[in-house]
Design a protein around this ligand. Sequence first.
Ligand code: AMP
Length: 426
Amino acid sequence: MSFQAPKGVQEYVPPRSSLFAQAREAFTESARRACYAPVETAVFEDTSLFVRGVGESSDVVSKEMYTFDTRGGENVTLRPEFTAGVVRAVLQYNLHKGHLPVKVCTSGPAFRYERPQAGRYRQFYQFDLEAIGTEDPTVDAETIAVAYDAYRSLGLTQFTLLLNSLGDQNCRPVYRAALQDFLRKLDLDEDTRARIEINPLRVLDDKRPEVREQTASAPCIVDYLCGDCKAHHDTVRALLSSLDIPFEDAPRLVRGLDYYMRTTYEFDHALLGAQSGIGGGGRYDGLSEDIGGPPLPGIGFAVGLDRIVLAIESERGADAAQAVAGCQVFGVALGEDAHTDVLTLVTALRRAGVRADMAFGRRGLKGAMKAADRSGARFAVLIGAEEKRNATVAIKDLKDGDQQDVAASSAVEWLVNTLAGNGEAE
Ligand code: AMP
């Protein structure tokens, strides 16, 4: 028998894995420029951290967690999201007692027992960023700008930033009651009716057309925001405009995790179908207290790296992975004793920033050229007895088949310049 990865586990192997790495690097770099420090935190936590932090009534906690008892009898859960664990770590290591806000980011797998489908997996990957310890709306806009710039640096354009405010402990209860009044009058199934009593905002998130139709005229949170929340929201909107970050007001946007308040946002990609959310975030000013810490406002986002890979492929086309990490120059040794020369040249190219590979083993010219073609490289560099004698290398343009001899001493320079001229350099 042969083994397969468990159902719903998303894995990356070449060539797609290069796109995945590029997506993660784009967010890491954007966060680094904004002075967010990298952290690595536990992949599994005490189950009660998520129950208290994410909220018992959320789908994630009530239906989707990978929870088990360890051999020692502790009850643990594979992280279904990052924020609760990151805030736990900030408190545990007393980072909140130093300079505020604490600005950190991380990435890795997260686990939710969901029905696997395109863009929705049980093991998926997030990049997560958190700014903890300030209520300043400027930091809300900063987190959005870090995410926005990362998407843009990946060349993505077909996405929309949806923005809303969920109010706070003063105004949300009033809105919640008004929404419940409205929802109780609708014709809804039993499960949804139960949800009205536990988590009515989530009913607005229901994607079924028959529910959508009925909730279209539901009251909107923006009409219920208290003075402070409204001022906060207006400031975030004004800041985004001055940063040239386009957004849409989404008065019905709610998120799946209970801890959100005030600023809430989502990035939606136009070409991804049902699973179009490529990232989302917001404020969680009460979370620290929920998990036993001091009052500590915070904001952050998590983006789905899997969906970003799908978004890149949908915008850039099927060759996207090759363009990111494909080999640029492929070395071929003609005859036994040219391997040293080829490896030396290939190493010099790599040191000059060129992605270069070579044919290994003893294959004939035909086999080696086949490998060169398959590598996707623009140029093959051939070295045999004759080239050695003349201190040259033969450079073949694999696109148009042209071949020419270049002095061995200037081959690196020639290739670097030609690739740069073709727009193929790093
Ligand atoms: P959330 O933690 O639910 O706010 O999700 C943040 C982002 O993670 C979403 O916008 C998605 O891009 C991604 N995401 C959430 N759940 C999954 C999943 N099951 N599979 C793939 N990506 C996911």
